[in-house]
Write a protein that binds this ligand. Structure first.
Ligand SMILES: C[S@@+](CC[C@H](N)C(=O)[O-])C[C@H]1O[C@@H](n2cnc3c(N)ncnc32)[C@H](O)[C@@H]1O
Length: 251
């Protein structure tokens, strides 16, 4: 089954591809304290919900949103049109590592996509090139709530050093020249809602399209994902949203 289609179906009910409630999305964007006419950059925007929330929060802001997935960008464009925000956002299909915004941005977001840059430090280095002086970065990054066991690592296709614990993640951020001005750690409820939505919407689609050539694969993918979560990373993998500003004196 095409992985972009699978991801689009899995995110039908939870357009943000990370464990966070709509209220906490709003709070994080508000805490970025951007000017009303902010420039916003969303790297690895997926279906674009963070971008649209930022445009709703900052009424004359403009955004640039980059992703490699045609499917995700199509969905982002449709949603922007439905909410009357199309004229304030430019979608770019391409590699976030290569994108250059026309101007430095007040808010640069990279949620759940640090792997695209090769990890947290490389992401901070890359986003640093795009942030206006005094601007803010929003990073969404996994961390280990507990030391992962083998089933967890297998479910995630991860190795123990793919993530740190939360304190060490923040240490790494500071070492890279940034400091948190706010943050949010996904709660167990936010995780459960995200995972039930992911597996549930995929399963529902398959049950509603019994003759579709991908129906069986969708059920199998939902089952595999659910097993990896329930028998593996539930309560072990954490997710943190960090709003960062540059430490004085660092570049
Ligand atoms: C977990 S999703 C997060 C989407 C969005 N930030 C959110 O929180 O809803 C990661 C996204 O990164 C995109 N991505 C991965 N590598 C990329 C790259 N090199 N350039 C642009 N986008 C990339 C994927 O297509 C996917 O949409």
């Amino acid at each position: 089954m095409d992985r972009y289609l699978l991801s689009a179906l899995a995110h039908t009910d939870h357009p943000i591809a990370a464990p966070v409630s709509p209220a906490n999305v709003e709070k994080l964007i508000q805490r970025a304290e951007c000017p009303p006419d902010a420039r916003v950059l969303d790297l690895g925007c997926g279906p674009g919900e963070w971008t649209l929330r930022a445009l709703q929060q900052y009424p004359t802001a403009r955004a640039f949103a980059v992703d490699m997935s045609e499917e995700a960008l199509r969905r982002a464009e449709d949603t922007a049109r439905d909410r009357g925000l199309s004229d304030r956002v430019t979608y770019v299909r391409g590699d976030a590592r290569e994108y250059q915004p026309p101007k430095a941005c007040d808010l640069v977001m990279c949620v759940g996509a640090t792997h695209a840059f090769g990890g947290l430090e490389d992401t901070l280095r890359a986003v640093g090139e795009h942030v206006a002086p005094g601007g803010t970065v929003l990073i969404g990054e996994g961390f280990w709530e507990r030391t992962p066991d083998q089933p967890t690592l297998e479910a995630l296709g991860a190795s123990p050093d793919d993530f740190r614990d939360l304190a060490s993640t923040v240490d790494a951020v500071e070492k890279a020249g940034w400091t948190p001005v706010h943050g949010h750690v996904s709660s167990p409820d936010e995780w459960d809602d995200y995972e039930w939505s992911w597996t549930g919407s995929l399963t529902r689609w398959a049950l509603d399209h019994p003759g579709h050539p991908d129906a069986e694969a969708a059920i199998a993918a939902a089952r595999e994902h659910r097993t990896g979560w329930l028998r593996g990373y539930r309560g072990v993998l954490g997710f943190a949203f960090l709003l960062l500003r540059r430490l004085n004196g660092s570049r």
